[in-house]
Design a protein around this ligand. Sequence first.
Ligand code: HEM
Length: 256
Amino acid sequence: MKHDKIQKSITAYLCRYMSHAPARLDFMQSLTGFILALFIVAHLLFEASIIISKDAMLAVTKLFEGYYFFGEAYPSIISFLAAFIFIIFILHALTAVRKLPSSYRQYHLFKKHSLQFQHNDTTLWFYQVITGFMMFFLAPIHLYMMMTQPANIGPYASADRIYSDWMWPLYLLLLISVVIHAGIGLYRLAMKWGLLTRHHNHKQTKKNRYLIKKIMIIGIVVYLCIGLLSLATYMMIGYDHQDKAGERYHPVETLK
Ligand code: HEM
């Protein structure tokens, strides 16, 4: 009798838990995506310090190594940061993968529907699937490198990796995929959680949706330009430095 009761309450708990699971996973996907998008927005700006000068990029590197707080550089801080981002990345991928069409039949149906409706946001979702798939392979390579070689970051170290070690094709593809993915992702988050679209006035909602889409497109274009300019700058530094690849940059002034 008692056994029956326990079994019933476990079943009831599991049913309740399972019925909440999709909502929990959905929230987890949104939260991890939001953290990653904010990270990328900051990452591409910090990394663009190379456009200003080699000394500016060195200062940013030293900042992340804790030089200005501890008086000494600790590259292991970058390893921890990369490990944290890696975990968020894995959680995001795991919660996102369940939304993919899992068979050719499903994919075919999806394609037919999106063509029939000509629904723009469905097309955006398709771009996210493609760019997400690209990042699934590209991002872990970069993250693993940052985790295991955190001391190998700097104006010459990074430029040599990009030019002499042939990392530029990977960064180019990663840049395009991450900027498009994050841009569309933020737009979809704004739609999903009702930001600026909570009005009962249909006209106003439509206007807001159009505005957010415009911001998304401008954001994607601006970030692609910044990223491409950074990459080109690293390439030029790497090209000039190819005979001395591996040698570290020494600043003109006080930084060691
Ligand atoms: C804490 C983790 C990370 C660190 C410390 C880091 C650091 C760096 C550094 C130092 C560079 C300059 C090139 C080099 O030295 O190799 C770089 C480039 C780049 N990173 Fe990261 N990164 C991290 C995570 C990510 C993630 C998660 C993504 C995207 C999914 C990403 C995308 C890129 C891209 C696209 C470039 C090339 C940018 C350009 O063309 O301007 N990074 N990263």
